[in-house]
Design a protein. Structure first.
Length: 583
């Protein structure tokens, strides 16, 4: 029998009616009692919520600190906050943007909560076909708390992955390095890896400074002028097509400060997708490549001879017969077969005359002069891709003669441009730089002011009367020197594989800029009568570059026939004692 007051174990409420049939009264409660009761309940709920919060916080902390990849995930989250700029911008001398940052989403997974790894992988490769399905399945089955699946998604990829609704996938904003001008200055600016570490060019050289948060908001300003860079690259690409060369390069340098306004190496690459670029495209022909450059070295041989005092401008040498030394024969490409004055040796690019001048100066003096010009050490410039020059060892008399006309010593075009700037700027060698300068930095004197004045007149004669005629740009008083060299092949040289170059200076009345172009294995065309030497390809390419950049650089055209221009450059090479007018 069920006990009174219970039914199936459930307590029954007592009747409301009393024994007299009247209704029972509840004991009255004061407002103070109600308040105490409510306050107690609130306190109890607060304790419950506090305990729950502590448990959740502890669990999250444990996941972040002790689960696989948790610490790395925390670090990445802190570093990739969109409000923190990881790297400073890079701009050219006029403020044009060369490198900046873009916030982009990256896809990761908590593999512990991915319900169907293989199904998820199948869906992801439909949206992101570049992913490897097998590796994707391996990551999603790993049971790790944090695994990267794809970094730096595009907006459309972000949308499509999100629309899949796969549990366990999430996104994290990261900084992505962006190069708005693509390959235009790729070899100078360089690029970064997936984690924004600089691994080439200025990005690598200044990696620490670009990451310095104290510099936040302060871009790294380079000496490049992107307008000049574009003109140089455009003309070099056209020349490579015209002469079917396998590559080429060029540099424009301020002869007074050493600032590099343009540096181009072709083929080049897009630093936004540097991972897909070939090693050849990444190779910087201007700073990393070293070449035997041929007759452009006569600039330095002639300057050395005149500055030494052992050779005078009025001297001359017999260039009627080739020079034979043991198994070597030195001959002229365009022989005059007669006695040549020193200006004629330079203007007509005589190997025989240059070799005899070098012998008169001496091997020891030549070595020391090459060292002063920086040809026996790596160039100094703010990128890591810098080649080591090659010089004769041992340095015998035969080497002294061949170095005089650019064979037997291999240097970078960057080194040649820097040395040429020193020869014409008054004789001061200043290091090449990719940073905008407040004024000309200190330098080292390599030749006298008088030798420098003579050399700029000789360089203008080469364009006016010698092998560089096709480099002439009316109104801009261009000077320069051609160079054609056979490329090394095995233990000898290939007559069909040439390196052609031209070193140009403007304006020669008051030298300001050096323009050097180089073509790798150009071929002759019908327009060049099948000649492939520098006078037919490198010189006219330099002329087109100069014609485009001179107005941009504020160089005013002058009347080259005016008495003032003639007096500034007057130098006779024909017969008797050459006549020099004072500048």
């Amino acid at each position: 029998m069920t006990p009174l007051g219970t039914l199936s174990g459930i307590a029954l409420r007592p009747p409301l009616d009393g024994p007299a049939g009247g209704r029972a009264r509840r004991p009255s409660q004061s407002p103070a009692t109600w308040l105490r009761t409510g306050r107690g309940r609130l306190q109890l709920m607060g304790v419950v919520f506090t305990v729950a919060f502590v448990v959740v916080a502890f669990r999250l902390t444990a996941l972040m600190l002790f689960s696989d990849k948790g610490e790395a995930s925390l670090s990445r989250t802190a570093q990739s906050s969109p409000s923190i700029i990881d790297r400073a911008d890079i701009v050219d001398r006029n403020g044009s943007l060369l490198a900046t940052n873009l916030v982009s989403p990256s896809l990761y997974a908590d593999a512990r909560v991915v319900l169907d790894p293989e199904g998820a992988a199948d869906q992801l490769v439909q949206v992101l076909p570049e992913l490897n399905r097998a590796k994707l399945v391996e990551k999603l089955k790993s049971k790790r708390a944090f695994v990267w699946l794809k970094r730096n998604l595009t907006p459309s990829q972000h949308y499509e992955v999100n629309a899949l609704g796969i549990p366990g996938l999430a996104f994290q904003d990261e900084q992505r390095r962006l190069y708005p001008l693509g390959g235009l200055a790729a070899h100078v600016v360089g690029f970064v890896d997936i984690d924004n570490n600089g691994i080439a060019g200025v990005e690598q050289f200044f990696d620490g400074a670009l990451r310095d948060r104290a510099r936040r908001g302060q871009p790294l300003r380079l000496s490049l002028d992107i307008r000049v860079q574009h003109a140089l690259r455009d003309e070099l690409k056209a020349a490579i097509r015209t002469f079917r060369a396998i590559g080429g390069g060029g540099i424009v340098m301020d002869a007074r400060s050493g600032e590099v306004l343009a540096m181009v190496s072709l083929p080049d690459f897009d630093p936004n997708h540097a991972g897909g670029a070939s090693q050849l495209a990444r190779f910087n022909r201007i700073s990393l490549g070293v070449y035997e450059l041929g007759s452009v070295f006569k600039i330095f041989n002639t300057a050395m001879a005149l500055d030494s005092g052992r050779v005078r401008l009025s001297d001359g040498y017999d260039a009627s017969q080739p020079i034979r030394v043991s198994r070597f024969t030195i001959r002229d490409d365009h022989p005059k077969n007669r006695w040549l004055s020193v200006p004629e040796i330079f203007v007509y690019s005589s190997n025989i005359g240059s070799a005899k001048m070098a012998l008169d100066v001496g091997t020891a003096h030549q070595q020391e002069f090459m060292r002063r010009l920086g040809f026996l050490r790596r160039a100094t410039i703010e990128i890591p891709e810098v080649g080591a020059p090659l010089s004769p060892r041992p340095w015998r008399d035969i080497n002294t003669m061949t170095v005089a006309f650019g064979h037997g010593v291999a240097v970078s075009p960057l080194q040649v441009a820097s040395a040429a700037a020193a020869i014409v700027n008054g004789g001061i060698l200043r290091p090449a730089t990719l940073l905008l300068q407040d004024g000309p930095p200190s330098g080292v004197r390599v030749v006298s002011q008088q030798t420098s004045d003579v050399m700029r007149r000789l360089l203008q004669l080469v364009v006016r009367e010698g092998t560089g005629k096709k480099a002439n740009v009316p109104g801009y008083v261009v000077g320069g020197k051609t160079g054609t060299a056979e490329k090394a092949a095995g233990r000898g040289y290939s007559k069909r594989a040439l390196i052609t170059s031209f070193v140009g200076i403007l304006p020669m009345t008051e030298p300001r800029y050096v323009v050097m172009v180089l073509l790798d294995e150009p071929r002759g065309t019908e327009a060049t009568y099948n000649f492939a030497t520098a006078g037919w390809n490198a010189a006219p390419t330099a002329a087109r570059v100069i014609a485009r950049i001179a107005p941009l650089l504020g160089i005013e055209a002058v009347d080259e026939a005016s008495p003032e221009a003639r007096q500034a450059l007057d130098l006779s090479i024909n017969g008797g004692r050459p006549r020099l007018a004072s500048f």
